[in-house]
Design a protein around this ligand. Sequence first.
Ligand SMILES: *Cc1c(COP(=O)(O)O)cnc(C)c1O
Length: 371
Amino acid sequence: MTKVPVRPEMEGFKPYSPGLSIDEIRKRYGLSRVIKMASNENPLGTSPVVQARLNGTSPLAFRYAQAGSPALSEALGAHLGVPSACVVAGNGSDEIIDLLLRVVARPGVDNVVAFKPCFSIYDVQSRLCGVEFRQAPLNEDFSFPFESLLSLTDDNTALVFVTNPDNPSGHACKAAELVELAAKLPSRALLVVDEAYIDFAEPLEEYSMLRHFGRVPNLVILRTFSKMYGLAGLRLGYGVMPEWLADLLLRVKLPFSVNILAEQAGLAALEDDIFVAETLRVVREGREALTRGLTALGCTVWPSQANFLMFDPPMDARALFEELLRRGVIIRPLASYGMPGKLRVSIGNEDENREFLEKTAEVLRDNHRHS
Ligand SMILES: *Cc1c(COP(=O)(O)O)cnc(C)c1O
């Protein structure tokens, strides 16, 4: 069958650009060992407590989960100190982003506002919804220019996305600044604070919007199990939002998008304080070690409150990225974020961090010799 007419939004539609996978690079270069520091996954892998729960739950894979994951909303509400009716779990926080856009933003009428560069799912899903996506460039030091963000909003602004700590820079602002921003938005605009990396910011109380929830009426907070809780492949995230909005999302959400294994894994992960504490220690130590190491190699490294670092290498960034791939180290080029001169590396475990620094030093040395 030849092509039939499709929605005009599909014309030249550019997909999300994900990090490369270990298998891809093993095959491409015939390597036996490949390390991946490209997608901000947990350097400790999957928690043993969660693995045990997954094993115990696997006989239930034939059952449908309970629609809307009420047990998980209940546990999350208790864990976070918010009403469970305000918590919506999804197939990653990506699903909550998609649902918010589809429920709140009117196609062809409304607009969505964010910084530039930003996490590209906001842009991709807005375009699919036929909603205008507006962006205010970040300050030169990657801090947030709230006034220029505000200047892009109007009475048709449905959602304003702020990622805090930010991806890909690692910059974070204090929650007090976001409370102020929320108050200045046009009355119908919702402020969506994407806290995918909030667990890595310190001190947490000064950065997270959670304790302001309930007092800021137009606030939505997004969280994920993909980073701190090490469950990126299982797909589990959630939004904390006003009850009326949670109710609408739950009405249109595909009923079983959070599968029965993901739900049980999430419940186990919430009780796994040891894994969280250990992840935090490894990420903090690794972040310092990588910052020191990269700086010593002549890279400019941006301060980060997340589990990754953005840096500017003293050679062509694309070439360094490719040379690291050939040596079995996957990091993230930021050309798809509009920054071809910069790279992002996720904090790995001690061995991965050492290997990444050694191989980066090797490439920089070779490059220097040949230029
Ligand atoms: C990783 C990430 C997410 C989480 O996505 P999931 O769908 O939960 O895996 C959300 N927002 C940002 C900015 C991220 O970097």
